[in-house]
Design a protein around this ligand. Structure first.
Ligand SMILES: [Zn+2]
Ligand SMILES: [Zn+2]
Length: 753
């Protein structure tokens, strides 16, 4: 039998081999001899011809690596679509659809099951206690506070090697009796230990019941096979609708389902609610699983032992049997787009896979992506809405603090502390919540202590030597850090340009707000959640668990605290600076700002006690902020869609971003000009309806020592866009050369940075 085999090579074709003395199904993994090398690939089809040459020269497959295909038929078709749309050879795409142990990346190892951690054994609730215990042992106190912020424990080796704490400091904490060294199990399943009790009794709201009815009909093919967009305000019970849909599909019809969430570490509550209802038939594809555990989960889905896969974007490839539904929660989230090759969008793949299998595809969000909203309005998606919160709870009132106003109140605060980032109004409300034993969430979407360091005399700003970005000061570690390439250096004490010692640390980050919060509310129990405090495997889970159990009064963090959390005890949300994302040079800046504000505001008042939101901004009249204050998604969407008409951006057309980078600036510019000229040439000679803008330096024009230039392609026709990308990928002569040039094609980019 002759078969076509896809190999992980940068060539857009398959190769013909013979399966000696037998047959093998498409999707079966094989080893073949290619040239002088042995390669792993997948049989993708029976051979259509005789291999295009002398049949005697067709080689035998070296080995069949499995008895039944690892790639199921619908996943193989999905990969074909991905390969075609995102213009990548099928063999490279297939590798991403299976666990790494199957694609030859790693072996199924037996990772060490325990690790040494430093764990807190005592709480120090007030500033006074802290001063008494630590005195002048500042580094020990910093370590103590770091442990508090990482959920009470941290990997001991990590503290020493990555965070620069010496064994003396660690032992100091132990001998003061506030911490211990312990062995901790690695790779425990955080979900198995979580309480799985659902909210005791609930009745569906009318809107929920209507949505569930439409979805149930859709699973029986009564509603056509359009994707369905569920726009439900925060707290309106979207998860309950997902669960009802899955009950229909899994429990009544005996089929399978996939639930995609933006980041599984940040959504333990959502996972717990699904587990409470569906128990053992769920496979949680958590990013912290080892490769072996990931493979086990995949295998159980493949064999039908588990019927529901829940995970981040790559779960769209889960080998679920007899797929009946795919749910994409928070469908607007940028994390659904993979930022490295293959640069697919999981929402698009979910829609395609649902079409291939006849499954229902449900996109849910309080703030749908404008593309999805546009598609719903145009009738391409069916639209369902949940316009009110459950149990008639109101959306929280939002109050603006205008950071430009220099009224008496602000002046008084400024006189006391010129760097204060919390307004008197916000401070007053936090005091009120502390008095009532209620919880507060503070959002600032910028980590570190100071986001840039500047000489007051000559204006010099400290930049990363490898990237064109300013360095962020991290006070806990006393280092300047680049958030793009992780370059680190000591903070300056003198300016190398003018020798001045007058150096200022500007731009407030989460670390600085944390300090201000500790100083302003010394009795409060505070947790900070950002990339710096969540490096340990289950840190997110630990911090959120403490908030849930009421052990935290103030949760402070970056956007990771804005997503999907449901804590009834939170009655106040404060946005420290709403303008952070607004000024990014990206056409989605307003949309991101609106989404973030709406999502974080939605964390307030989900319980019986109600809630309030304070937004601090110097742009109170910007429509993205105004609409967020009024919980007005439709008003925002209409204005923003209008705004994207000049120059035109999605959803009015399709966009592709072509980025060329290299280690030498001149070679990079020469290459991007050559590539743009080539593309302009093929567009003109074929009269394809595609326009090219650029080339120009990318907004961040150097990262990790590589210069970056780009150009944009715009088209209303997905087909024409595909033809241009195909020509550039497979016909254009591209050489890496001594400048190590790279060409990246980002179709439907979510960010242009
Ligand atoms: Zn200077
Ligand atoms: Zn850098």
């Amino acid at each position: 039998m002759l078969v076509e085999v896809a190999l992980p090579l940068p060539i857009p074709r398959t190769f013909t081999y013979r399966v000696p003395g037998g047959t093998a199904l498409p999707g079966t993994r094989v080893r073949v001899v290619f040239g002088k090398r042995k390669l792993m690939g997948w049989i993708v089809a029976p051979a259509t011809g005789d291999g295009g040459g002398d049949p005697a020269k067709i080689r035998d497959v070296d080995a069949l690596l499995e008895s039944q295909p690892s790639i199921t038929t619908d996943v193989l078709d999905l990969c074909r679509w991905l390969s075609d749309y995102y213009v990548l050879p099928l063999g490279q795409v297939l590798k991403t659809a299976v666990p790494a142990v199957l694609s030859g990346g790693v072996g199924i190892d037996a990772p060490s099951k325990t690790r040494r951690v430093l764990r807190l054994t005592r709480e120090l609730l007030t500033l006074g206690e802290r001063e008494e215990v630590f005195g002048r042992a500042q580094r020990q106190r910093e370590l103590f506070e770091l442990l508090e912020n990482t959920g009470g424990s941290a990997d001991a080796a990590h503290l020493v090697s990555q965070l620069g704490f010496s064994h003396v400091i660690i032992n100091g904490l132990v001998s003061r009796g506030v911490a211990e060294i312990a062995e901790e199990r690695v790779d425990r399943d955080p979900f198995s230990a979580m309480p799985t009790a659902l909210h005791p009794s609930f009745t569906l709201t009318d809107a929920q019941r209507d949505a569930v009815r439409v979805l149930s009909n859709a699973t029986r093919g009564k509603e056509g096979n359009q994707p369905i967009l569920l726009r439900g305000v925060t707290g309106s019970g979207k998860t309950l609708v997902y669960i009802e849909l899955l009950k229909e599909v899994v429990q009544r019809q005996g089929r399978g389902a996939i639930v995609l969430v933006p980041e599984i570490a940040l959504t333990p509550q959502t996972v717990a609610r699904f587990r409470a209802v569906f128990g053992d038939v769920i496979a949680v594809l958590h990013s912290a699983l080892s490769e072996g555990e990931r493979f086990d989960a995949w295998r159980m889905l493949r064999e039908g032992e588990k019927r529901i896969a829940i995970g981040a974007r790559s779960a769209v490839f889960a080998p679920v049997r007899d797929l009946g539904a795919i749910v994409i929660d928070e469908e607007h989230e940028a994390s659904y787009k993979q930022s490295e090759s293959p640069r697919y969008h999981a929402r698009e793949l979910a829609i395609i896979r649902a079409q291939l299998t006849g499954a229902v595809c449900l996109l849910g969000s309080a703030t749908p992506a404008l593309e999805s909203w546009h598609n719903a309005k145009a009738g391409k998606y069916k639209l369902l809405e949940l316009p009110v919160r459950v149990e008639g709870r109101p959306l929280p009132p939002v109050e603006v603090v205008d950071l430009r106003r220099k009224d008496a109140n602000v002046k008084v605060a400024a006189a006391l502390n010129p760097n204060a980032s919390l307004s008197p109004r916000l401070v007053e409300l936090i005091w009120d919540r502390l008095g009532k034993n209620e919880q507060t969430i503070l959002l600032l979407n910028r980590r570190g202590y100071a986001t840039f360091v500047q000489c007051r005399s000559c204006g010099e700003v400290w930049h990363c030597p490898n990237c064109n970005v300013s360095l962020t000061f991290h006070r806990g570690r006393k280092r300047l850090v680049c958030h793009y390439c992780l370059h680190e250096e000591s903070p300056p004490s003198v300016c190398p340009r003018c020798m001045s010692q007058d150096i200022s640390f500007k731009g407030v980050g989460t670390e600085q707000v944390e300090r201000e919060v500790i100083e302003t509310f010394p009795q409060a129990r505070i947790a900070r959640m950002d990339v710096d405090t969540t490096s340990a495997k289950w840190a997110h889970h630990d911090i959120l668990g403490r908030v849930e159990r009421g052990e935290v009064d103030i949760l402070l963090g970056t956007q990771m605290i804005a997503k999907g959390l449901d804590f009834p005890g939170v009655t106040l949300v404060g946005v420290v600076n709403a303008d952070v994302a607004m000024n990014l040079p990206d056409f989605r800046a307003s949309e991101r700002t609106f989404q973030l504000l709406t999502q974080v505001a939605g964390r307030a008042g989900r319980g019986e006690k109600g809630g309030a939101v304070i937004v601090q901004t110097s742009l109170p009249n910007h429509y993205a902020i105004k609409c967020a204050l009024e919980h007005d998604y439709i008003g925002f969407a209409e204005r923003e869609i209008e705004d994207r008409k000049g120059p035109r951006y999605p959803p009015h057309l399709r966009l592709s971003n072509i980025i060329i980078s290299g280690t030498e600036e001149r070679a990079t510019i020469a290459e991007v000009e050559k590539a743009a000229a080539y593309v302009n040439g093929v567009i003109a000679s074929n009269r394809w309806p595609v326009t090219l803008t650029g080339p120009a330096p990318a907004p961040i024009d150097r990262i990790r020592g590589r210069w970056r230039w780009h150009f944009l392609l715009r088209s209303e026709s997905a087909k024409a866009m595909g033809l241009v990308l195909r020509s550039l990928q497979y016909r254009y002569e591209f050489k890496a050369g001594p400048a190590e040039l790279r060409l990246v094609m980002d179709r439907d980019p979510v960010s242009l940075l």
